[in-house]
Structure formats: structure tokens, C-alpha cells
Design a protein around this ligand. Structure first.
Ligand SMILES: N[C@@H](CCC(=O)N[C@@H](CS)C(=O)NCC(=O)O)C(=O)O
Length: 315
């Protein structure tokens, strides 16, 4: 694990300030648009997505690529689940899909885009084959692009951010991002008791709030699947397998929340989504890549969860 400094890889663990993990903001923030006014026009075959199947941020973009039927239009590379001294790699293994240009490490893809890049080397990455650069490495923005930019060139119809619901989607996303998606990391990477406890309390207050919300409705916003659901569920998929144990988010498990558990299964069973979930990469990554938390890298066998058990909700 490390980062690039002026294009040179340095092996370094996350630094915390007062015991607090602070997520660095993404550096590549361009946009693909239907008309190409940003310099990145939506075209079939032009873009390539780099993901880790372990990573909840990358997972959202993979789900959107699937739901919008973009698999033939946007290429895919999948890194190895272990993030070691060289960061993400393309070392061969089940489920790994190599870089089409033969990079061994993801940091080489970043350096290809910007030879003097300084910053963390994260997934997901949306790569432009034509301009040979990174369009974006910010999952929330890649998600929006995949959700609509390719509609004029053959994407599957379906709007996951309808204008009438956008304000509410953004509001739910903001709380879910801070306390749930990133909340589990704040708890897991905390290096002081107080910081850990505060993160866990905020996380479970939000899960209680989501449980209550889902007792009155099938999905987070409106009576349909929206981007807000896609953003929440990647954390729920990982919750009992990883966050309860490895990140010590153990006040309750996902399966202790009847509505959230039903909701997570309904999304899992939505055509196409189960194929994006890889519990071997998920467990192998977290338990194997964080030596300060799990120095012996032993991967627990359980929990045994029945993701195929019928859900009351239907997407
Ligand atoms: N804000 C970014 C965060 C992405 C992120 O942190 N990804 C993690 C994997 S779950 C990563 O690649 N970390 C490598 C590192 O921080 O060095 C996004 O949402 O796209």
C-alpha cells in the first residue's frame, strides 16, 4: 500500500490525524458527456473501467455498467484482491482481468496518464483509450456518467437519478456516504478508541434510520431503484462478511435488521447484480491487505449467509 509522489511509487500506510482516517479527495475529475463538450465524448469502445471486486466504491460503477448494459461498450480490468507493497496489481488469479496494455501495477496506469502524478492510486478509474488519460477516479462522478452519458449511443434505458427525485437522492447519499460507506472505514482505520467509538455510533444511528425508512418503503427514494440504493448496497453486501469483524462495526449485524437484510437480498437478486459480487475478492482483500489490523492475514471462514433466500421486495 502506498502512493505516487511525482510519478514515483512510495510504499506508505495511511496516516491518521488525532487517530482519524481522512480520505484523500480524488484528483482526476473530468466528465464524459453526450456531446463531448468536455473533451470526452460518449462513444462505444472508447473507455475502459478499472475496478477491484473488493472495493465498495468501484463496485457501484460496476453495477451501473451492468444495469445500463454498457459491458460491450466500456472495457473492464479487475485488479488482484491483495493490495500490497505495490498497491493494486494485475497479478494473475481467479477473477483478475489484466490491463489491456500489459501494466503490472495500477500505479503504472496513473503514471501513464500523468507522469508526475502525486496522490493515492485508487479504484475505480475510468480510462480514455483515445486521449490515453484518466477521465475520472471518483466513483460518485463515474456513476453519474455511466448512468446517463451513453444513453444516445445504445445504453439500456433507465434513469437512476430522475430530476424529480434528485434533491432527495443527493440528501440521502450525503448521510450514507459520511456515516455508512465511509463510516465503516472511519471505524476500521481509527487509531484511537474515542474516534473509533464515535464512528461506530454514527454508523449505527444511520443504519437504524435506514431500517426505519425501509419499513415504510421498498427503496430509499421513491418507489423504485435509484442511485441512492446502488451506493448504499455495496456497503451492505460487505457488512457481515467484513465490516462486523475486521472493522469492528459490531453493535449489530446486517441480518439483525429485517428490512435492511430483505432490501440487500432483493438488490442482490436483481438480474445482473449477483454477478458483480465476489465474496472471495471481498474477504481476501480486507483480511489480507491491512497488516496493521490483521497481521497474520487469516481470512475467517464465515459468516454463512443465504443471499438467495427469497426477498419480500422486488426491484
Ligand atoms: N473517493 C474515491 C475513493 C476510492 C478508494 O478509496 N478506493 C480504495 C479501495 S476500496 C483504494 O483504491 N484505495 C487505495 C489507496 O487508498 O491507496 C472514490 O469513491 O472513487
Amino acid at each position: 500500500m502506498g502512493l505516487l509522489v511525482d510519478g514515483v511509487w512510495q510504499d506508505r500506510w495511511y496516516e491518521t490525524r488525532d487517530g482519524r482516517f481522512e480520505r484523500e479527495s480524488s484528483r482526476f475529475r473530468d466528465r464524459v458527456t453526450p456531446d463531448g463538450s468536455t473533451g470526452f465524448k460518449a462513444e462505444a469502445g472508447r473507455y475502459h473501467l478499472y475496478v477491484s471486486l473488493a472495493c465498495p466504491w468501484a463496485h457501484r460503477t460496476l453495477i451501473m455498467r451492468r444495469l445500463k448494459g454498457l459491458e460491450d461498450m466500456i472495457g473492464l480490468s479487475v485488479v488482484h484482491w491483495i493490495m500490497g507493497e505495490q498497491g493494486w496489481t494485475f497479478e494473475d488469479g481467479p477473477g483478475v482481468i489484466a490491463d489491456p496494455e500489459g501494466a503490472g501495477f495500477l500505479h503504472q496506469v496513473y503514471a501513464r496518464a500523468k507522469p508526475d502524478y502525486t496522490g493515492r492510486v485508487t479504484v475505480p478509474v475510468l480510462w480514455d483509450r483515445q486521449r490515453r488519460t484518466i477521465v475520472s477516479n471518483e466513483s460518485s462522478e463515474i456513476l453519474r456518467m455511466l448512468g446517463s452519458a451513453f444513453d444516445g449511443v445504445g445504453a439500456t434505458p433507465g434513469d437512476f437519478t430522475p430530476a424529480a427525485l434528485l434533491r432527495e437522492i443527493d440528501d440521502v447519499n450525503a448521510r450514507v456516504y459520511d456515516t455508512v460507506n465511509n463510516g465503516v472505514y472511519k471505524a476500521g482505520f481509527a487509531t484511537s478508541q474515542g474516534v473509533y467509538e464515535a464512528a461506530v455510533h454514527s454508523l449505527f444511528e444511520s443504519l437504524d434510520w435506514l431500517e426505519e425508512r425501509l419499513s415504510r418503503r421498498s427503496f430509499l427514494v421513491g418507489e423504485r431503484l435509484t442511485e441512492a440504493d446502488i451506493r448504499l448496497v455495496t456497503t451492505l453486501f460487505r457488512f457481515d462478511a467484513v465490516y462486523v469483524g475486521h472493522f469492528k462495526c459490531n453493535l449489530r449485524r446486517l441480518i439483525d435488521y429485517p428490512e435492511l437484510w430483505d432490501y440487500a437480498r432483493a438488490l442482490f437478486q436483481t438480474p445482473g447484480i449477483a454477478g458483480t459480487v465476489d465474496f472471495d475478492h471481498i474477504k481476501g482483500h480486507y483480511y489480507g491487505s491491512h497488516p496493521t489490523i490483521n497481521p497474520n492475514r487469516i481470512v475467517p471462514i464465515g459468516p454463512v449467509l443465504d443471499w438467495e433466500a427469497p426477498a419480500r421486495r422486488r426491484v
